[in-house]
Write a protein that binds this ligand. Structure first.
Ligand code: GLU
Length: 450
């Protein structure tokens, strides 16, 4: 299929330093080959060439003053990738590693993820190379205000609706919203993940983690299994990891790990969730301080792990939930997990597994839920927040959670049915990519050449 190859070659040439973006596009386009063979009209409409090109990319300077009165400058981004299905929707990531390539890869993944939710949302992503670590509340506020001073002219509740991601939680959404309101005099659903007293949705904070666990439940149910009694590896210690751990406990599973940029906690008795919430949501401190009264717990600093890969994935377990960041799970990790008996992987993070790791997990035939399907619960619940904002309603936690469970079951069903349609039974990567792509591509064809 020369046009898939040609598109990827062109992309590599035109975006030479954007390896994550290239990785994400290559995975999607390679999965689409059987679809293109059966349905040549996607090629005739130039969908492949168009879908890898963002509709609009905004890059801007963010200048702010630190507490010592020094001028600081960061790069801000918003990529409005695809609006075929609805207003651009996707989070903002504040992390020093952020580049335009990072935001492009995240925006590209978001298109298909959002399509899989079945809700009317297009794909976008934004962020900045700002490092929130070690900053005071006032510094975070000044940064967010400066960031929104530029961003506000590009967004709106029916245009582009940002939310949180790594480094952007309730506190940052608050400061961003306050500044938007001040600049526009409008009180409207322009951001999601808002505080519960000022337009937020019950269940949004929990949704990505809960959703990743519901997705695992669906994958296991299809194999006549469940999560009860399973030892689970969870990476990360942010919003996604915390609520993955919470839901795993509720379902009778044993989450035994978590990690942050400094290291990994392995507690065979189960992670102390109340402590973790206090540490990360209130004190914003490092995992190093894990309570000494947990006798079996061990803390392994990142730098002490000599074999490459990540210590967390070498720990024997039954299921794994990568909830930290992209490419955190590499080939030797996948090999170790499979050798140790992991039979279910549900990705709470975006693209946490490298291509080589994905291939190993797929070849092993285990239950593997790729991020764009398994972590779609967060953005799906964001859309539920938008729906509540525009109808001026507030739904109960039960209503939101019930919808979330239904959405995750539907996503799993679509991925499994689409995989089966193309003869790739257990391959939910192929199922997710084709099912998501088809909706977006068909809408693009209906809407003419844009
Ligand atoms: N950042 C989340 C994601 O990767 C949520 C996006 C949103 O709620 O708009 O899907």
């Amino acid at each position: 299929m020369p046009y898939v190859h040609d598109t990827l070659t062109r992309l590599k040439q035109s975006s030479p330093a954007q390896s994550e973006f290239y990785q994400a596009t290559e995975e999607v386009l390679e999965c689409l080959r059987p679809l293109f063979e059966q349905y040549p009209h996607y090629h005739e409409h130039g969908i492949i060439e168009r879908i890898v090109e963002p509709e609009r990319q905004i890059m801007f300077r963010v200048s702010w003053l630190d507490d010592a009165g020094r001028v600081c400058v960061n790069k801000g981004y918003r990529v409005q990738f695809n609006s075929a299905l609805g207003p651009y929707k996707g989070g903002l990531r504040f992390h020093p590693s952020v580049t335009s390539g990072t935001i492009k890869f995240l925006g590209f993944e978001q298109i298909f993820k959002n399509a899989l939710t079945g809700l009317p949302i297009g794909g976008g992503k934004g962020g900045a190379d700002f490092d929130p670590k070690g900053k005071s509340d006032n510094e975070i506020m000044r940064f967010c205000q400066s960031y929104m001073t530029e961003l506000h002219r590009h967004i709106g509740p029916t245009r582009d609706v940002p939310a949180g991601d790594i480094g952007v939680g309730a506190r940052e959404i608050g400061y961003l919203y306050g500044q938007y309101k001040r600049l526009t005099s409008r009180y409207e659903g322009v951001l999601t993940g808002k505080g519960l007293d000022w337009g937020g949705s019950l269940g949004r904070k929990e949704a990505t983690g809960y959703g990743a666990v519901y997705f695992a439940q669906n994958m296991l149910a299809a194999r006549g299994d469940d999560l009860h009694g399973k030892r689970c590896l969870v990476s990360g210690a942010g919003n996604v990891a915390i609520y993955t751990i919470e839901k795993l406990y509720e379902l009778g599973a044993h989450p035994i790990t978590c990690s942050d940029s400094g290291g990994t906690i392995h507690d065979p008795d189960g992670i102390d969730l109340a402590w973790l919430k206090q540490l990360k949501e209130v004190r914003r401190a490092s995992l190093e301080e894990y309570p000494s009264e947990r006798p079996k717990a061990r803390y392994v600093p990142v730098c002490d792990y000599p074999h490459g890969g990540h210590h967390i994935w070498q720990i024997p377990a039954d299921a794994a939930f990568p909830c930290a960041t992209q490419n955190e799970l590499i080939d030797i990790d996948a090999k170790a997990m499979l050798a140790n008996g992991v039979a279910c992987v549900s990705e709470g993070a975006n693209m946490p597994s490298t291509k080589e790791a994905v291939d190993l997990l797929l070849d092993a035939g285990i239950a593997y839920g790729p991020g764009k399907a398994a972590n779609a619960g967060g953005v799906a619940t964001s859309q539920l927040e938008m729906a509540q904002n525009s109808s001026m309603e507030q739904w109960t936690l039960e209503q939101v959670d019930q919808k979330l469970q239904q959405i995750m079951a539907d996503i799993h069903r679509q991925c499994a049915e689409t995989a089966a349609e193309f003869g790739a039974q257990t391959n939910l990567v192929l199922g997710a990519n084709i099912a998501g792509f088809r909706k977006v591509a068909d809408a693009m064809i209906d809407q003419g050449l844009t």
